[in-house]
Design a protein around this ligand. Structure first.
Ligand code: HOZ
Length: 429
């Protein structure tokens, strides 16, 4: 493959954008080399500026569950744009999307739209603090809830990929209010709750972790966590930015059979436009301004273009609920195909999967938390990533990220992906 135009564009970008990217995970720092620049995409395929085609397994890091340039969504956004893109005054489509989301997701009465998953999680925590009158939160090592200060303590995703899970710029005071537990380890949560009685406002968790690779929760852990929170009067926040409207119409809550107190959304709910949201029962949501005292606002929040995209996406998913099962089957097919190739080699690896989220770690340890996910063989991962890229397969450029399958992927695409691994397997031995 030739990447010449991409490299030229990257050199230009670096002159005026820090690191040449607007989000670090795009920079290929963990795998080396220059990132590719995208010209366009359709369905399951990305086309770069050098004319190369890739089968896409990141789907814009999750939002494009039905594939790129999904026609009903493109039509909705195009029609809406002709009428104006933003007013800062209410529009009917905001209520339509809110009704649809409230209908699809268990246990919520009201939802507030923001512009990103970061904003959603940050606002969810503020709401929990305002509602409970308590300051501290518990988060889990390796979970990533966006880049608000309180979450950059042992954060996953790009933060850990680039060696700053505890970023400079986060004050000691913020760090003191963020307590750190271990994913899939209920005892680590119990200890923190006992040591901070009546001080903890919320526990925030990715109910299926996707920022240290994909790590499903152990059933006893997640059920026990719900019970611990209920017993201690702590609000349980599910960060469903990755899992919401992806694992099921009702997200991880539906799959796990557990209801959280506050939910944060992003990605699929915006269909590829910048949308985040947080939601809860009325009793909690009515603490928000202008109804209640907890302030939260945004010039572009609920803007009609983004709402139209979100409405087109959720409507499509709501009207074709089999899509979730279809995606889970495709993901299972990919999993088995990768197993078949890797099992012949003696390479130590783990594949974790739930629904349409999957990841591959080159380690012999079972990957259940941040520590075990960090045991992966990174030099091998780099060779794997670049080998697959050369074969036209676009994977997340870090082992600390999940793949997100989209429904435009055909079984032929999956076969080509498995064949690509077979082709490059000698390079990663
Ligand atoms: N939340 C995404 C997956 N960890 C990363 C997206 C980004 O930072 O660009």
């Amino acid at each position: 493959m030739v990447y010449q135009r991409s490299s030229e564009l990257f050199a230009e970008a670096k002159k005026v954008i820090p690191g040449g990217v607007n989000s670090p995970v795009r920079a290929f720092k963990a795998v080396g080399g220059d990132p590719i620049f995208i010209e366009r995409a359709k369905g399951a395929y990305l086309y770069d500026v050098d004319g190369n085609r890739y089968i896409d397994f990141i789907a814009s890091w999750g939002p494009l569950i039905l594939g790129h340039a999904y026609q009903p969504l493109v039509d909705a956004v195009t029609e809406r744009a002709k009428k104006g893109t933003s007013f800062g005054i209410p529009t009917e489509i905001e209520t339509e999307l809110a009704k649809l989301a409230v209908d699809m997701v268990p246990g919520i009465d009201k939802i507030r739209f923001v512009n990103s998953g970061t904003e959603a999680c940050m606002s969810a925590v503020r709401l929990a603090r305002g509602y409970s009158g308590r300051d501290k939160i518990i988060k889990f090592a390796g979970c990533y809830h966006g880049h608000a200060d309180a979450f950059l303590i042992q954060a996953g995703s790009g933060a850990v990929t680039f060696g700053s899970p505890n970023s400079p710029g986060v004050t000691q005071g913020t760090a003191r209010d963020t307590l750190l537990a271990r994913y899939n380890d209920l005892e680590s949560v119990r200890v923190l709750i006992e040591a901070n009685e009546n001080d903890i406002a919320a526990v925030i968790i990715e109910p299926v972790a996707g920022n240290m690779g994909c790590i499903p929760p152990d059933e006893n852990f997640i059920q026990g966590l719900r019970q611990l929170c209920t017993d201690a009067g702590i609000l349980l926040i599910f960060d469903e930015v990755m899992t919401g409207f992806r694992l099921a119409p009702g997200g991880a809550q539906e799959v796990l059979g557990i209801e959280a107190d506050i939910l944060a959304f992003g990605k699929v709910i915006g269909g590829g436009l910048p949308v985040g949201a947080f939601a809860a029962r009325s009793e909690i949501m009515d603490y928000l301004a202008p109804e209640g005292p907890v302030y939260q606002a945004g010039t572009l929040s609920g803007n009609p273009l983004a709402m139209s995209a979100g409405f087109a996406m959720l409507s499509a998913l709501n009207n074709d609920r089999e899509v979730f099962q279809r995606l889970a089957e495709k993901t299972q097919y990919l999993h088995h195909g990768l197993d078949k190739v890797l099992d012949k080699t003696g390479i130590a690896y783990q594949i974790n999967r739930l629904g349409s989220m999957i990841s591959l770690h080159f380690t012999s340890d079972k990957v259940i938390d941040f520590e075990s996910s960090a045991t992966g063989n990174n030099p091998r991962f780099k060779r794997y990533f670049h080998g697959m890229l050369r074969e036209g397969i676009y994977l997340p450029p870090s082992a600390f990220e999940s793949y997100f399958l989209n429904d435009a992927l055909s079984y032929e695409d999956l076969d080509r992906t498995i064949e690509a691994l077979e082709k490059i397997i000698s390079e990663i031995q």
